[in-house]
Design a protein around this ligand. Structure first.
Ligand code: FMN
Length: 193
């Protein structure tokens, strides 16, 4: 499984990077997973302003910065979106990036790792709907990291208490990644057939 871990926040001092590193470490420890971070900071995009919805525009002209982003997500078999909650939703930078997407997520599985005062639950609800409209297969298993950024260090390592909690984020991530792999293997096989 070629896994893209998309970092949904770009501001200086963002805490989401720590969570993304945590997901990256866990994913790359799994057999048959090749994971990498896709950092929206490396894909500075204009605000979406195409004259026609990209999905219905056969003559779409894609500017180089947008093409770089779309090519990068098109390469992956599966996605983990790591996002904070801003004003009960996802950050605008992530929504904007998703507005450019057309068929890149088609029939590929995706999940969400969110954080915030209520685990980023409201952001995740919005993101799942957006991803579904983007034709991704959103799997039920997800991770809601309760609290803002306590419990994970700059290298993406969880503290011992969270690691030991059978109902905590470590256990939830393990389940989500394993389900994502199952769906990715099945859907890749089906797409190739
Ligand atoms: C503009 C803005 C809006 C926020 N709104 C929420 C919110 O609605 N719910 C929440 O739980 N946290 C909210 N927060 C707190 C963020 O979840 C927290 O700052 C987190 O660290 C943001 O991720 P980041 O550091 O990667 O940007 C908000 C933060 C910002 C900057």
């Amino acid at each position: 499984m070629k896994l893209a871990i998309i970092i949904g926040a770009t501001r200086d001092g963002r805490q989401t990077l720590k969570q993304a590193k945590w997901v990256l470490n866990e994913a790359n420890a799994m057999e048959g997973v090749e994971a990498e971070l896709v950092d929206l900071k490396d894909y500075p995009l204009p605000f979406f302003n195409e004259p026609i919805s990209p999905r219905y525009n056969p003559n779409r002209v894609i500017e180089p910065a947008v093409k770089k982003w779309l090519d990068s997500v098109a390469e992956a078999d599966a996605y983990v979106f790591v996002t904070p909650e801003y004003n009960h939703s996802i950050p605008g930078v992530l929504k904007n990036a998703l507005d450019f997407v057309t068929g890149e997520f088609n029939r590929k599985p995706a999940t969400v790792v969110s954080h915030g005062s209520v685990g980023g639950a409201r952001a995740t609800m919005h993101l799942k709907e957006i991803l579904s409209e983007s034709r991704a297969i959103v799997i039920p298993q997800q991770v809601a990291f309760l609290g803002l950024h306590e419990g994970v260090n700059d290298e993406g390592q969880l503290d011992a208490e969270l690691l030991a909690n059978p109902y905590g984020p470590a256990a939830a991530l393990k389940t989500a990644l394993s389900e994502l792999k199952w769906f990715s293997d099945a859907l890749t096989q089906a797409r190739n057939a």
